[in-house]
Design a protein around this ligand. Structure first.
Ligand SMILES: [Zn+2]
Length: 420
């Protein structure tokens, strides 16, 4: 009984606060409407001069419709913002904030995050004196501090890295550094460790994300793989081993990228490494949920894109040097015959078409018409650094390698605590 009464009071309080809040907003930007809440008794609340409303963009929304709904003069605001950002390109899921000021007959500001991280925000403000809108970009000012981490794989790379305080996007970036060497969906094992040195970007003393990743080591059961960041003369960033050989190679290790989907966060069930085991045949099978993007392992030209008997929906791509890759049982094909693709381009989606017992990508590689095992064959190797960049790289290596080796001696982080 006591409990119920308390709940009722709480609910009433929420309603009162909500109505008061709404009154503030309505008085400010819609003065023609009758003010509600005048009949409410209780403590007088002095309404502040400012109020804001947040709105999360839904799929199908247009910026004009949203702005109209919140009393923002759409065309003026969009054109004021255009010098920094085209508001017509609003993204589903981002939250825009509309501000109201007492005495102004329409909304007085709009804030929109220009990137997914919210690092840059477009702010369009109404200047009452000038009777005009003006736009600016607010940039989050991170504090930069070197971050060394070592973490050990227990259940998945995902869990280990998140346990070490990394964000999902940073885990994907780490995995991408080794995507020519390792299939992260099937080739990592319990006990493998990652060590890394990176710029940590901090806000209010809290690590928010990684900036530049300077050096990484993956200690799997074979020799450790080391990657050191190099800023090339052309401005591209690449990763190289200590001898100056690029981690990037003509062929990716796997047609499936390391993804959240394949590492335990699929709503349709957990992807287990065991189900991704390869069977010996003319190709390599990668189990993955239907719809997982399949990427071209290398740059080339599409030689087949369509239905092909037991292969189901099949894509074949011809690469330099007499190589041809094939991707079968797709649920969807996203390329046309004759089309040129780059390494990593999504060419289709995982499916179970043709002779297949469950969703997977059958991946095969041929050299001069004969099948080869993409995981064992000697594939073309990476190109070494151009002569003119070797000194610059040596300096980067000599700076970061010792720090990395120190990180590799840290106590591993990210191990889930398991009760005995
Ligand atoms: Zn197969």
């Amino acid at each position: 009984m006591q409990q119920q009464r308390r709940l009722l009071f709480a609910a009433l309080a929420v309603v009162v606060v909500a109505v008061l809040g709404l009154t503030v907003v309505m008085k400010v930007w819609s003065p023609s409407r009758p003010a509600i809440g005048g009949a409410l008794s209780g403590p007088r609340v002095e309404p502040s001069q400012q109020a804001t409303v947040a709105y999360r963009v839904r799929s199908g929304d247009t910026i004009a419709a949203i702005l109209q709904r919140f009393g923002v003069p759409a065309s003026q605001v969009i054109s004021a913002g255009r010098e920094h950002y085209d508001l017509a390109r609003i993204n589903t899921g981002r939250t825009l904030t509309v501000g109201y000021t007492r005495g102004v007959g329409h909304a007085s500001s709009l804030r929109y995050p220009m990137d997914g991280d919210g690092d840059s925000t477009l702010v369009v403000r109404w200047d009452e004196q000038a009777q005009a809108w003006s736009a600016a970009v607010e940039q989050v000012q991170y504090e930069r501090e070197l971050v060394s981490r070592r973490f050990q794989i227990e259940s998945s790379l995902w869990n280990a890295a998140l346990g070490a305080g990394l964000r999902p996007d940073d885990v994907v970036r780490l995995a991408e550094i080794f995507q020519w060497d390792i299939d992260f969906n099937t080739e990592l094992h319990q006990g493998d460790t990652f060590s890394m040195v990176a710029d940590g970007l901090y806000l209010d003393g809290e690590l928010r994300k990684l900036g530049d990743i300077h050096a990484v080591q993956l200690q799997a059961k074979d020799a450790p793989l080391v990657a050191i960041r190099h800023l090339g003369a052309s401005g591209d960033v690449g990763y190289f081993d200590p001898d100056g050989k690029a981690r990037r190679k003509p062929f990716l290790r796997s047609p499936l990228a390391f993804s959240r989907v394949s590492s335990g966060f699929a709503p349709g069930g957990r992807f287990h490494p065991v189900t991704g085991k390869r069977r010996p045949h003319n190709g390599t099978d990668f189990a993955a949920p239907t719809g997982t993007p399949v990427r071209s392992v290398g740059g080339g030209v599409v030689t087949a894109a369509g239905r092909a008997g037991g292969y189901g929906l099949l894509v074949r791509i011809r690469h330099d040097g007499g190589y041809e890759s094939g991707y079968a049982h797709l649920s969807k094909i996203l390329v046309r015959k004759g089309q040129r693709v780059s390494q990593g381009d999504t060419i289709g989606k995982v499916g179970s078409t043709g002779l297949s017992t469950g969703p997977h990508c059958h991946y095969e590689l041929k050299l001069n018409g004969g099948y080869i095992d993409p995981l064992k064959a000697k594939l073309p190797v990476s190109v070494p650094l151009p002569q003119g960049e070797r000194d610059a790289f040596a300096a980067e290596r000599d700076r970061w390698l010792p720090v990395l080796l120190e990180a590799a001696l840290l106590e591993p982080e990210g191990q889930p605590e398991v009760g005995e």
